[in-house]
Design a binder for this molecule. Structure first.
Ligand code: ATP
Length: 629
């Protein structure tokens, strides 16, 4: 069969490929809670309660004490109320005139009313204490997570699955919001249940075991359902993580032009919907399992409940308990049943929460294990020399090093340019020189001191970096210049840094000058052009007056005037520091004292511009290619 041009043109385009499915392998492939037995999981409840108590105690002791006292009072009032009901039943169901019987029951009824009032008051106070505890607990969990991620060795980000574990841990933060509530309700129900079942046992010993049998299946069902929910949550972690990232990329105005002008909207929406449907499908697939669990547990619970009521009727009919006691038993059964159900429901909720809290805790422990283990020596105040001795750095999962045996030495006042094709290891070498990554092999020495032995904060107090992908902070202009540096008492140094990159006019024309919020998405915020943002990133590094200034493609978005201005400024300040510039604009390397040419992680050429350009090597070839237009 021949396909004509017309029929090809009319043919429906093939459907787009769905989002790639992420499959775990290695250390994160196993769900740490996946193999835990039912009993093992239930046995964790006390430790979850202990952890919540410990966190709460550190934040607000008054609220914890108030909460504990109110719980006890609530339980005590439930017991007193029930005992008083039992006492009131006897005269009410006894013989004699109604008024006499009510009169006799009045003291007990007053106790019932008083106990109910005190119970309500204490549960209102308990709820107040819970509300007092929840916001600081959530903030504490949230900031611990953010801090843990900010403080890990940068190498952790390159670990497969690190971001997915973080996503799983985020749910722990969300659940922190409800955990005090869960714990409080669980404890309240437990105390109420103990009080009510005590009264019930006094009425007849057989009632409590029967009621327990009636609610236990519901408890088991709730816990099993929680486990299924958690399993699904776990299975969806990486898809949710990717969806979350893509949501930002698709909707942020920063990429709006690219999305629209490249006709990406349709595919992005298809992609987003497909991923959401895949997540939903996993949840829906689990629905029959949860239905089965609920039906079975309800049937078992219903059977035992029927048995409990039948037993009570039998005890009353056969005269084994008298009518007044039987009537009290009805109230006690109802109260105990309600309390037991609450114990079970809230116990399951607490159990559910504990699964997410465990993920959060596991991540925090993992992050703590990845915290920098460096020395405590302060970095030299004046950086005279950097020596790099045969350094090697290989990213996890890569089959060859990104930097492979580089040696080099740099002296104060020098400007070094690093060039090389994409992926040759330039940015990685910069990470090693600044101590963002520690070398797998070899050493980086600052004035003779190994970076691994120096306190990282003191090292980074001496560096200024303009990375290839610089951040456009949604902060005011001033903070965009001073971020990472203590605030000075006036704006003079800020304006100096702004002048250094030729941004005065642009900043002055903003609605609030240096006070202007650079986030168009926020009401009143302003936006800069790409080149202006890059100038601001340069001003940030210049403002720091660093001992080591590193610029990775610092002028890629700038006009010729801006580029000239920046390089002039670099030259002027070079005597007071060590400067390293990475650039693909080879003409810009003329300002450097030396040029390093990298290929596949190695240094393949090294020298001054005039020598390299005439040497017939890779540098000369790249310069010739740049001119061949
Ligand atoms: N965070 C990372 N995790 C894993 N691999 C990485 C990471 N960063 C870089 N790589 C890999 O290391 C190698 C060197 O990358 P690097 O960014 O150092 O090159 P580069 O010379 O700066 O490239 P370019 O000129 O494109 O900026 C590449 O193969 C890259 O895929």
């Amino acid at each position: 069969m021949t396909v004509t041009a017309a029929s090809t043109a009319n043919a429906e385009p093939p459907p787009p490929a769905p989002p790639a499915e992420i499959r775990y392998s290695g250390e994160y492939a196993v769900n740490p809670l996946g193999d835990a037995s039912f009993l093992h999981m239930c046995a964790r409840l006390p430790s979850v309660l202990r952890r919540i108590c410990r966190m709460a105690w550190q934040l607000d002791r008054t609220a914890v004490l108030l909460l504990a006292a109110c719980q006890l009072v609530t339980g005590a009032t439930a017991a007193v109320g029930l005992a008083a009901v039992a006492r009131a039943m006897e005269p009410i169901l006894g013989a004699g005139a109604v008024t006499d019987r009510l009169h006799q029951a009045l003291p007990a009824l007053l106790v019932v009313a008083g106990a109910a009032a005190v119970g309500r008051l204490s549960s209102a106070l308990a709820s107040y204490a819970g509300r007092r505890l929840t916001p600081p607990l959530t903030t504490c969990a949230d900031t611990s997570l953010v801090e843990a991620v900010c403080r890990v060795e940068a190498a952790a980000y390159a670990q497969n699955g690190f971001a997915d574990r973080q996503e799983a841990a985020e749910m722990g933060v969300v659940r922190t919001n409800v955990m005090v509530n869960d714990a409080q309700r669980f404890m309240a129900a437990l105390i109420r249940m103990v009080a009510a079942s005590g009264v019930l046992s006094v009425l007849h010993w057989a009632m409590l075991p029967l009621l327990l049998l009636a609610v236990l299946p519901a408890g088991a069902g709730a816990v099993l359902t929680a486990r299924v929910d958690y399993e699904m949550h776990y299975a969806n972690v990486s898809d949710r993580n990717v969806r979350h990232m893509m949501r930002w990329w698709a909707t942020t105005p920063k990429h709006g032009d690219e999305v629209r002008a490249n006709g990406m909207t349709g595919y992005l929406l298809f992609w987003y919907r497909s991923l959401s449907e895949r997540i939903d499908r996993r949840l829906l697939d689990a629905a029959p399992r949860t239905l089965r669990i609920t039906l079975l547990s309800s049937a078992a619970g219903g059977f035992f409940l029927l048995l409990a009521w039948a037993a009570l009727a039998w005890l009353a009919i056969t005269g084994r308990i008298d009518l007044a006691i039987a009537a009290t038993a009805v109230v006690a059964v109802q109260t105990t049943l309600a309390a037991l159900s609450q114990v079970v429901i809230n116990g399951a909720a607490l159990f559910h929460t504990s699964l997410y809290l465990t993920d959060m805790q596991t991540f925090l422990d993992d992050a703590a294990g990845r915290a920098p283990q460096r020395g405590e020596l302060a970095a030299p105040a004046t950086l005279e020399e950097i020596r790099i001795d045969d350094v090697v750095c290989q990213y996890p999962g890569k089959d060859r090093p990104a930097v492979d045996g580089v040696s080099l030495s740099l002296r104060r006042g020098e400007i070094l340019a690093i060039v090389g094709e994409n992926g040759s290891g330039k940015s990685t070498l910069l990470r090693l020189i600044t101590g963002i990554y520690l070398a797998d092999k070899g050493r980086v020495l600052w004035n003779g001191a190994d970076l691994a032995t120096l306190d990282q904060d003191s090292v980074w107090a001496r560096t200024g970096l303009v990375p290839q992908l610089f951040a456009q902070w949604p902060l005011r202009v001033r903070e965009n210049v001073t971020l990472g540096q203590p605030r000075t008492h006036d704006d003079l140094p800020v304006w100096e840094a702004i002048d250094a990159v030729g941004m005065r006019e642009a900043v002055e024309s903003l609605p609030d000058g240096v006070e202007t919020l650079l986030a168009r998405e926020v009401f009143g915020g302003a936006e800069l052009s790409g080149g202006q943002w890059q100038r601001l990133a340069c001003s940030r590094a210049i403002y720091r007056r660093p001992e080591l200034l590193i610029l990775d493609e610092p002028t890629s978005q700038m006009d010729a005037r801006g580029e000239h201005q920046i390089f002039e400024r670099i030259k002027r300040g070079a005597a007071d520091r060590i400067t390293i510039v990475v650039t693909h604009q080879l003409e810009n390397t003329r300002l450097a004292d030396r040029i390093l040419v990298m290929d596949k992680g190695r240094v393949i050429e090294h020298g001054q511009y005039e020598d390299l350009v005439t040497s017939g090597g890779v540098f000369a070839e790249l310069v010739a290619l740049a001119k061949d237009r």
